[in-house]
Design a protein around this ligand. Structure first.
Ligand code: ADP
Length: 160
Protein backbone atom coordinates (compact mmCIF):
# COMPACT_ATOMS: atom_id res chain seq x y z
CA UNK A 1 0.00 0.00 0.00
CA UNK A 2 1.44 3.35 -1.09
CA UNK A 3 0.81 6.23 1.28
CA UNK A 4 1.71 9.82 0.39
CA UNK A 5 1.93 12.78 2.74
CA UNK A 6 0.87 16.19 1.38
CA UNK A 7 2.31 18.69 3.87
CA UNK A 8 1.55 22.41 3.94
CA UNK A 9 0.09 25.33 5.85
CA UNK A 10 -3.36 25.22 4.23
CA UNK A 11 -4.34 28.55 5.81
CA UNK A 12 -6.87 28.06 4.35
CA UNK A 13 -7.34 25.19 1.88
CA UNK A 14 -7.88 26.46 -1.70
CA UNK A 15 -9.21 24.86 -4.87
CA UNK A 16 -5.56 24.59 -5.96
CA UNK A 17 -4.74 22.46 -2.91
CA UNK A 18 -7.93 20.42 -3.40
CA UNK A 19 -6.96 19.73 -7.01
CA UNK A 20 -3.57 18.38 -5.88
CA UNK A 21 -5.26 16.25 -3.17
CA UNK A 22 -7.76 14.84 -5.69
CA UNK A 23 -5.06 13.96 -8.21
CA UNK A 24 -2.79 12.47 -5.54
CA UNK A 25 -5.68 10.37 -4.23
CA UNK A 26 -6.02 8.83 -7.70
CA UNK A 27 -2.30 7.95 -7.79
CA UNK A 28 -1.73 6.68 -4.22
CA UNK A 29 -3.68 4.26 -2.03
CA UNK A 30 -3.81 6.72 0.85
CA UNK A 31 -3.11 10.46 1.05
CA UNK A 32 -2.47 12.18 4.38
CA UNK A 33 -2.98 15.93 4.18
CA UNK A 34 -0.73 17.18 6.97
CA UNK A 35 -0.76 20.65 8.46
CA UNK A 36 2.69 21.61 9.61
CA UNK A 37 2.39 23.77 12.70
CA UNK A 38 4.77 26.66 12.99
CA UNK A 39 4.18 28.81 16.10
CA UNK A 40 6.24 31.67 14.66
CA UNK A 41 4.04 31.90 11.54
CA UNK A 42 0.89 34.02 11.98
CA UNK A 43 -2.21 32.22 10.70
CA UNK A 44 -5.82 33.24 10.09
CA UNK A 45 -7.30 29.86 11.07
CA UNK A 46 -6.20 27.66 13.98
CA UNK A 47 -4.81 24.22 13.20
CA UNK A 48 -8.04 22.51 14.32
CA UNK A 49 -10.15 24.90 12.18
CA UNK A 50 -7.91 24.19 9.19
CA UNK A 51 -8.17 20.43 9.83
CA UNK A 52 -11.97 20.61 10.02
CA UNK A 53 -12.16 22.61 6.77
CA UNK A 54 -9.96 20.09 4.95
CA UNK A 55 -12.00 17.16 6.34
CA UNK A 56 -15.27 18.73 5.22
CA UNK A 57 -13.88 19.61 1.79
CA UNK A 58 -12.43 16.12 1.16
CA UNK A 59 -15.31 14.14 2.62
CA UNK A 60 -16.02 12.61 -0.83
CA UNK A 61 -12.46 11.26 -1.15
CA UNK A 62 -12.46 8.02 0.84
CA UNK A 63 -8.68 7.48 0.83
CA UNK A 64 -7.77 10.93 2.15
CA UNK A 65 -7.15 11.65 5.83
CA UNK A 66 -6.07 14.80 7.66
CA UNK A 67 -3.40 15.24 10.32
CA UNK A 68 -1.21 17.86 11.90
CA UNK A 69 2.38 17.76 13.09
CA UNK A 70 5.02 19.93 14.66
CA UNK A 71 8.68 19.57 13.93
CA UNK A 72 10.34 18.13 10.87
CA UNK A 73 8.28 16.97 7.91
CA UNK A 74 10.82 14.19 7.32
CA UNK A 75 10.17 12.80 10.83
CA UNK A 76 6.40 12.97 10.40
CA UNK A 77 6.58 11.20 7.04
CA UNK A 78 8.70 8.39 8.51
CA UNK A 79 6.25 8.03 11.42
CA UNK A 80 3.49 7.38 8.85
CA UNK A 81 5.53 4.40 7.56
CA UNK A 82 6.05 5.93 4.15
CA UNK A 83 8.72 7.88 2.25
CA UNK A 84 6.56 9.78 -0.23
CA UNK A 85 5.91 13.53 -0.04
CA UNK A 86 3.57 15.21 -2.52
CA UNK A 87 3.81 18.93 -3.19
CA UNK A 88 2.38 21.24 -5.84
CA UNK A 89 4.14 23.76 -8.05
CA UNK A 90 2.54 26.72 -9.79
CA UNK A 91 5.46 28.52 -11.40
CA UNK A 92 9.25 28.71 -11.55
CA UNK A 93 9.45 30.45 -8.16
CA UNK A 94 7.50 27.59 -6.56
CA UNK A 95 9.72 25.14 -8.39
CA UNK A 96 12.96 26.59 -6.99
CA UNK A 97 11.47 26.66 -3.47
CA UNK A 98 10.13 23.11 -3.76
CA UNK A 99 13.48 21.89 -5.06
CA UNK A 100 15.19 23.38 -2.00
CA UNK A 101 12.75 21.76 0.43
CA UNK A 102 12.94 18.43 -1.38
CA UNK A 103 16.74 18.50 -1.22
CA UNK A 104 16.65 19.46 2.46
CA UNK A 105 14.26 16.61 3.27
CA UNK A 106 16.53 14.32 1.25
CA UNK A 107 19.50 15.38 3.38
CA UNK A 108 17.54 14.68 6.56
CA UNK A 109 16.32 11.32 5.32
CA UNK A 110 17.68 9.93 2.09
CA UNK A 111 14.71 7.57 1.74
CA UNK A 112 12.30 10.46 1.17
CA UNK A 113 11.01 10.96 -2.37
CA UNK A 114 9.22 14.20 -3.23
CA UNK A 115 6.65 13.97 -6.02
CA UNK A 116 5.82 17.38 -7.54
CA UNK A 117 2.50 17.82 -9.29
CA UNK A 118 2.08 20.78 -11.63
CA UNK A 119 -0.80 23.09 -10.76
CA UNK A 120 -3.81 22.75 -13.00
CA UNK A 121 -3.94 25.80 -15.29
CA UNK A 122 -7.32 26.82 -13.83
CA UNK A 123 -5.82 27.07 -10.36
CA UNK A 124 -2.25 28.22 -10.92
CA UNK A 125 -2.89 31.78 -9.74
CA UNK A 126 -4.62 30.74 -6.53
CA UNK A 127 -2.80 30.97 -3.20
CA UNK A 128 -4.03 31.07 0.40
CA UNK A 129 -2.59 34.55 0.86
CA UNK A 130 -4.31 35.89 -2.28
CA UNK A 131 -7.62 34.45 -1.07
CA UNK A 132 -7.19 36.02 2.40
CA UNK A 133 -6.39 39.39 0.85
CA UNK A 134 -9.42 39.37 -1.48
CA UNK A 135 -11.63 38.29 1.42
CA UNK A 136 -10.32 41.01 3.72
CA UNK A 137 -11.31 43.63 1.13
CA UNK A 138 -14.82 42.17 0.86
CA UNK A 139 -14.22 40.38 -2.46
CA UNK A 140 -15.99 37.16 -3.45
CA UNK A 141 -13.75 34.12 -2.92
CA UNK A 142 -16.25 31.42 -3.94
CA UNK A 143 -14.41 30.73 -7.19
CA UNK A 144 -11.12 30.06 -5.39
CA UNK A 145 -11.96 27.89 -2.39
CA UNK A 146 -14.28 24.95 -1.50
CA UNK A 147 -17.71 25.97 -0.12
CA UNK A 148 -16.92 25.25 3.57
CA UNK A 149 -13.83 27.46 3.34
CA UNK A 150 -15.79 30.27 1.66
CA UNK A 151 -18.31 30.14 4.53
CA UNK A 152 -15.57 30.20 7.16
CA UNK A 153 -13.84 33.13 5.43
CA UNK A 154 -17.11 35.04 5.28
CA UNK A 155 -17.59 34.50 9.03
CA UNK A 156 -14.05 35.65 9.72
CA UNK A 157 -14.61 38.82 7.68
CA UNK A 158 -17.82 39.66 9.53
CA UNK A 159 -16.05 39.36 12.88
CA UNK A 160 -12.79 41.00 11.82
P1 ADP B 1 3.56 25.98 2.49
O1 ADP B 1 3.50 27.08 3.52
O2 ADP B 1 4.19 24.73 3.02
O3 ADP B 1 4.12 26.38 1.15
P2 ADP B 1 0.90 26.00 1.32
O4 ADP B 1 -0.35 25.66 2.04
O5 ADP B 1 1.07 27.40 0.86
O6 ADP B 1 2.04 25.54 2.32
O7 ADP B 1 1.10 25.05 0.07
C1 ADP B 1 1.20 23.66 0.22
C2 ADP B 1 1.64 23.06 -1.10
O8 ADP B 1 0.62 23.27 -2.08
C3 ADP B 1 2.92 23.68 -1.72
O9 ADP B 1 3.64 22.66 -2.37
C4 ADP B 1 2.38 24.67 -2.73
O10 ADP B 1 3.29 24.89 -3.77
C5 ADP B 1 1.15 23.92 -3.22
N1 ADP B 1 0.12 24.81 -3.76
C6 ADP B 1 -0.34 25.95 -3.21
N2 ADP B 1 -1.28 26.51 -4.00
C7 ADP B 1 -1.40 25.70 -5.09
C8 ADP B 1 -2.19 25.74 -6.28
N3 ADP B 1 -3.02 26.74 -6.54
N4 ADP B 1 -2.06 24.72 -7.17
C9 ADP B 1 -1.18 23.71 -6.92
N5 ADP B 1 -0.39 23.62 -5.84
C10 ADP B 1 -0.50 24.60 -4.93
Amino acid sequence: MKTAVYPGSFDPLTNGHLNIITRASAIFDHVIVAIGTNPSKKSLFSVSERMDLIKESTDHLTNVSVASYSGLTAEFVKAQHTNIVVRGTRDSRDFVYEQEIANLNGLLDEQIETILLFANRDYELISSSMVKEINSFGGDVHKFVPAPVARALQGRRDHA
